[in-house]
Design a protein around this ligand. Structure first.
Ligand code: HEC
Length: 164
């Protein structure tokens, strides 16, 4: 009798565990249905990155930059650069009926892609440091280095066509 009670005692948590696993599984497939949203959000992030880099460039080629704008832009660029790898979850490439220029090589060469993202992040950090120090000469050099990091990733990992 007491033996049966113990068995019942272990059975219930096990059922709960299985139920929890099913719920997590369902959440996972809901995530898969969200690929168009993931791609859309990624493209918005890149647009913001592009606009912010342009805004910063416009400031630092002035003789008297607005240092508040410079600081905000440089911070935002660093923040976006650090988040960039999370915009590319596995399975968010072409083939879902949504326009994207994310090349399949992002997922087939993950180390190279991670390195390209890392390069951007390092250059964004250098840029942000120059902004914090209000060092205009360094800023002008480092925004160029940042632009090279954008271009080298685009050359390798951004497809020419956005169609699947
Ligand atoms: C590590 C790789 C990588 C780096 C670094 C990178 N990009 Fe991109 N970028 C991509 C990929 C991949 C896409 C295509 C995304 C898509 O279509 O789903 C893209 C798309 C874009 C787009 C188009 C967004 C749209 O659909 O309207 C802009 C603008 C852009 N990037 C700007 C930048 C700028 C500016 C930088 C540097 C400050 C940068 N990117 C750095 C990989 C990168």
């Amino acid at each position: 009798m007491s033996n049966l009670a113990t068995r019942k005692g272990t059975f219930r948590p096990l059922m709960l565990l299985i139920a929890a696993a099913l719920v997590i599984g369902a959440a996972g497939s809901a995530g898969a249905a969200g690929i168009p949203q993931i791609v859309h959000a990624r493209q918005i992030h890149f647009k913001t990155l592009g606009k912010t880099a342009k805004s910063l460039r416009d400031q630092i080629w002035r003789s008297h930059p607005n240092w508040n704008v410079v600081a905000n832009d440089a911070n935002q660029i660093e923040r976006l650069a650090s988040a960039l790898p999370s915009w590319f979850p596995a399975g968010s490439g072409k083939g879902h009926g949504i326009r994207t220029r994310a090349s399949a090589t992002i997922w087939s060469q993950p180390q190279q892609f991670a390195r390209a993202a890392r390069r951007l992040f390092n250059r964004a950090k250098d840029l942000n440091q120059a902004a914090a120090g209000r060092n205009l000469r360094a800023l002008r050099l480092r925004i160029r280095a940042l632009g090279q990091a954008c271009a080298s990733c685009h050359r390798r990992f951004r497809a020419h066509s956005s169609w699947w």
